[in-house]
Design a protein around this ligand. Structure first.
Ligand code: SAM
Length: 284
């Protein structure tokens, strides 16, 4: 198990190499948590500009300052487009942010399947504002590999949210065709899958690779965008996958009150893709 840490020896700086030649750094006010699980290196630091920052294997997962950019754009386009999302599955999401957003909707039950219990414990302690979600009686927390869970579960879901890390270590299986075929088989008719898909600029090959198999599995294999300031080069991509719901044809989006980022205009704008990406996805 090759794991990577971001902290320098003197623990005064944490660096994420987004490419071998460029990245992002955080000066460290204090180190709140460092540990190794059987899956990855877990680091939580406090930074002057971004507050608490969670890094897994040296990669930024969530920061106190911009986590809502990501969690709202991952969760609400799917949840607000679905007519009545009652049963929701989240794969990954150990920090609790995606679960918090899902529970803003009138769901009956939300499962969160996270492979690494150490991530949950570390976040429970150091990301207190994300913890109410775990106390909600509608939430069921399962510590397991998402692939194993989806292969075994008898449950069917209205919405499935993939809040995985990048395709390294335990997360590789969550970016494969077999996993998406299995997700489709656990979706109720009219269901939606929303998944984090990576950086607009740095992960183009992955968007093209996935688009080839996703368009064979779903009638609407859409990609949408949203800014996340601390993610590789600031612009993130997400998949909106459904057979029946065209995200741009939904007459009335059911959006919870009090959101800080997502709204109907952002929803429409998010599905507008730049020419270079459209060309690549259309095989041009
Ligand atoms: N937003 C972050 C990103 O885009 O990089 C992801 C945040 S969330 C913390 C990612 C979570 O996925 C981690 O807690 C990791 O342990 C979990 N994870 C990775 N592989 C997994 C798997 N096979 N099954 C379930 N959870 C997994």
């Amino acid at each position: 198990m090759k794991t990577t840490r971001s902290l320098n020896v003197r623990r005064t700086e944490a660096r994420e190499y987004q490419t071998p030649a460029s990245g992002i750094f955080f000066t460290v006010k204090n180190v709140l948590y460092t540990g190794k699980s059987s899956f990855q290196t877990i680091e939580i630091i406090r930074n002057k500009d971004y507050g608490r920052v969670l890094l897994l294997d040296g990669l930024v997962q969530t920061t106190e300052r911009d986590e809502f950019y990501y969690h709202e754009m991952l969760v609400h386009p799917a949840m607000s487009s679905h007519p009545k999302p009652e049963h929701v599955l989240i794969v990954g999401g150990g920090d609790g942010g995606a679960l918090r957003e899902v529970l803003k909707h009138p769901v009956k039950k939300a499962w969160m399947v996270e492979i690494d219990g150490h991530v949950i414990e570390a976040c429970r302690t150091h990301f207190p504002w994300l913890q109410d979600a775990f106390k909600d009686p509608r939430a069921e927390l399962v510590v397991a590999d998402g692939k194993v869970f989806i292969d075994a579960t008898p449950e069917m879901f209205d919405v499935i949210i993939i809040d995985s890390s990048d395709p390294v270590g335990p997360s590789v299986v969550l970016h494969e065709e077999a996993f998406y075929r299995k997700l489709k088989s656990r979706l109720k008719p009219g269901g939606v899958v929303a998944a984090q898909a990576g950086s607009l600029m740095l992960h183009q090959a992955s968007h093209v690779r996935k688009s080839v198999f996703l368009r064979k599995i779903f009638r609407h294999p859409d990609l949408y965008l949203g800014p996340v300031p601390t993610y590789p080069v600031g612009m993130w991509c997400y998949n909106f996958l459904s057979d029946r719901i065209d995200p741009l044809a939904v007459r009335r989006l059911k959006i919870p009150k009090g959101l800080r980022f997502y709204n109907p205009d952002i929803h429409r704008a998010a599905f507008a893709l730049p020419n270079f990406l459209k060309d690549q996805l259309s095989g041009g």
